[in-house]
Design a protein around this ligand. Structure first.
Ligand SMILES: CC(C)(COP(=O)(O)OP(=O)(O)OC[C@H]1O[C@@H](n2cnc3c(N)ncnc32)[C@H](O)[C@@H]1OP(=O)(O)O)[C@@H](O)C(=O)NCCC(=O)NCCS
Length: 165
């Protein structure tokens, strides 16, 4: 039987954060213990994919960030204004519950984040991520992210290439 589609929404207090069980314990703990404080302090925004009214199947966070122009690949940097930094949005966390892995949800959350950021009235040159391990970096490369030449675990995707819906 096929599952109903997930609903994407900003995290709110009716969602069951305690039941979330992804592969990464730090990411489970972050959702359980830290995220609401970060949202309240406006240091992160959190969006969830809901399997039903309360059940969180996956989540991601976004916050504003910047990239040093000199850290970008030369071919990218030379097309940008000569300011020391370029505006970016960081996807600080992305996780899918074990029960929902491998069904396209990670990709759908990433697409939702790209759509949200590229569709914003506040400009950012790229969505960036700090991949926590090689498997995560592979996931982002698979989706077109480019690694910084001197920091291969930091990857970015220029938003001008993203078509918004
Ligand atoms: C990484 C993660 C979010 C992927 O979620 P998922 O729902 O299992 O992934 P999807 O089913 O959406 O996969 C989407 C695509 O990415 C590919 N993919 C998934 N994991 C991959 C990996 N580690 N390396 C390369 N490609 C990967 C899939 O093959 C699929 O490709 P396709 O669209 O061409 O068929 C999930 O495995 C997870 O929560 N991991 C632990 C936390 C983590 O590493 N977070 C990353 C941020 S640091």
């Amino acid at each position: 039987m096929s599952r109903p589609p997930f609903q994407l929404a900003p995290l709110d207090s009716t969602h069951d954060r305690a039941a979330f069980n992804g592969d990464s314990e730090p990411l489970n703990r972050y959702l359980r213990e830290q995220v609401t404080q970060d949202v309240r302090r406006r240091v992160a925004a959190c969006f969830v994919a809901l399997a039903d009214a309360k059940r969180i199947a996956g989540y991601y966070t976004l916050a504003s960030a910047s990239l040093l122009l000199t850290d970008l690949p030369v071919s990218t940097g030379k097309k940008l204004p000569r300011y020391p930094t370029v505006p970016a949005v960081r996807m600080g966390r992305l996780a899918v519950d074990k029960e929902f892995k491998g069904q396209g949800l990670g990709g759908a959350l990433l697409a939702d984040a790209l759509n949200r950021v590229a569709g914003s009235q506040i400009a950012a040159f790229a969505l960036m991520v700090d991949a926590k391990n090689e498997a995560a970096a592979d996931f982002y490369r698979h989706h077109g992210f480019i690694a910084l030449p001197d920091s291969r675990r930091t990857l970015f995707l220029p938003l001008a290439t993203v078509r918004t819906s």
